[in-house]
Write a protein that binds this ligand. Structure first.
Ligand SMILES: Nc1nc2c(ncn2[C@@H]2O[C@H](COP(=O)(O)OP(=O)(O)OP(=O)(O)O)[C@@H](O)[C@H]2O)c(=O)[nH]1
Ligand SMILES: [Mg+2]
Length: 299
C-alpha cells in the first residue's frame, strides 16, 4: 500500500530509509552514534526541536534500560516517532450532513489535483460530491478543474474568470443544499502566505461558507508540498494564524527522499495530517496513519 512512499524515501543512499536503516544496523552506543543520529534526523527534515526531543528521550531510555547495542534502540525510536506524529483528531467529514472543505496553499503545491483525488475517494465511498472552481485568478484554472470533473463524472460549479471567488462558493453551497450534496470541495488560487490581500480573500470565502452552513460543517485544509522542507512549516504557521486550519494534506511524498517533514509538522503545529499524496493519479492519495507511516519508513 505504501510502496510508492517507500520508493520515494528510498530514492538514493541519502534517502531517509537507508540512512535510518544504516543507523540502527549495529554497533555500540557512544557519543559518535548520538551525533550521527542527530545529523541524520535534521537532514531528513525532522526539525531541530523534534530531533533534540527524540535524541534526549532515547539517551535517557538507553541509560535507564542499560541498552548497549543500537539495534535494541530501533523499537524505542519508532515509538518516539509515532508518539510525536499522533495528534488528537476529530472527524473531518460528518456523515448525513453537508461538509464544505476549503483547500488552500501556495502556488503549485497540488491543491487542484488533490481535490480530484479526494473526489475520487469520496465518490467511491458513496458520497455525493461537488467541486467548486473558486480559483478565478489563474489562467486555465477553471478548465483544469472542469477537466477533472469530466474524468470523474462529478459536477463543477463555476463563474467567469476574474469573478469573486466567494460568490462562486455562495452559489455552490446553495446548489449543494438544494441537491442533498454530502461534500463540497473548494479549489482556491495559489497564494503566498505573506500576501495580506490574498489572505483576506480566503477569509472572505471562509466567512461566506460559515454563514451558509451549520456549525462545524466548514473545514479549512492546507495543502503542502513535502519537498518544500522546513519553509513549509513557516507557510503553515501563517496560514493557520490567518485562517485556522483543521487539517494538512501533504503532497508529493513520492518525490522526496526526506519525509521527516511529517514529524516536524506534528511536533511544531499539532495540526492533523489528513491525507498524503504519493503520485499524480486519482488513486494516489492515502489517509495518513501514523503507525503505518513509521512502519513504512523504518520497515
Ligand atoms: N509526484 C506527485 N505530483 C503531484 C502530487 N500532487 C500533485 N502533483 C503535481 O503537482 C503539479 C501541480 O498540481 P496542481 O494540483 O495543479 O497544484 P495547485 O496547487 O492547484 O497549483 P495552483 O492552482 O497553480 O496554485 C501537477 O503536475 C500535479 O500532477 C503528488 O502527490 N505527487
Ligand atoms: Mg490549482
Amino acid at each position: 500500500m505504501l510502496s510508492k512512499l517507500k520508493n520515494g524515501l528510498r530514492k538514493n543512499n541519502k534517502g531517509l530509509i537507508s540512512q535510518i536503516t544504516g543507523l540502527f544496523s549495529g554497533g555500540s552506543i557512544d557519543e559518535n552514534f548520538w551525533e550521527h543520529m542527530e545529523e541524520i534526523l535534521i537532514r531528513a527534515d525532522i526539525g531541530i526541536h523534534a530531533t533534540s526531543k527524540i535524541v534526549e528521550e532515547l539517551q535517557k531510555r538507553a541509560k535507564d534500560l542499560n541498552i548497549k547495542d543500537v539495534e535494541e534502540l530501533k523499537g524505542l525510536f519508532k515509538n518516539e516517532m509515532i508518539k510525536i506524529i499522533t495528534v488528537e483528531n476529530g472527524a473531518l467529514i460528518e456523515d448525513d450532513s453537508l461538509n464544505v472543505v476549503i483547500m488552500v496553499g501556495v502556488n503549485g503545491v497540488g491543491k487542484t489535483t488533490t481535490i480530484a483525488k479526494m473526489a475520487y475517494k469520496f465518490i467511491e465511498s458513496g458520497k455525493k460530491t461537488l467541486l467548486v472552481a473558486a480559483d478565478t485568478f489563474r489562467a486555465a484554472a477553471i478548465e483544469q478543474l472542469q477537466e477533472w470533473g469530466k474524468r470523474l463524472d462529478v459536477e463543477v460549479v463555476k463563474h467567469q474568470r476574474g469573478g469573486d471567488p466567494a460568490a462562486v462558493v455562495f452559489d455552490a453551497i446553495g446548489a449543494a443544499h438544494a441537491r442533498g450534496t454530502d461534500i463540497v470541495l473548494v479549489d482556491t488560487a495559489g497564494r503566498l502566505h505573506t500576501n495580506v490581500d490574498l489572505m483576506e480573500e480566503l477569509k472572505k470565502i471562509k466567512r461566506v461558507a460559515l454563514r451558509e452552513t451549520t456549525e462545524g460543517a466548514v473545514k479549512t485544509v492546507l495543502v503542502m508540498d513535502a519537498t518544500t522542507g522546513q519553509n513549509g512549516i513557516f507557510q503553515a504557521k501563517l496560514f493557520n494564524d490567518a485562517l485556522g486550519l483543521d487539517a494538512i494534506i501533504l503532497t508529493k511524498l513520492d518525490g522526496t527522499a526526506k519525509g521527516g517533514i511529517v514529524v516536524a509538522i506534528e511536533d511544531e503545529l499539532k495540526i492533523p495530517i489528513w491525507f498524503i499524496g504519493i503520485g499524480e493519479h486519482p488513486n494516489d492519495l492515502q489517509v495518513f496513519k501514523p503507525k503505518e507511516f513509521v512502519e513504512a519508513i523504518l520497515e
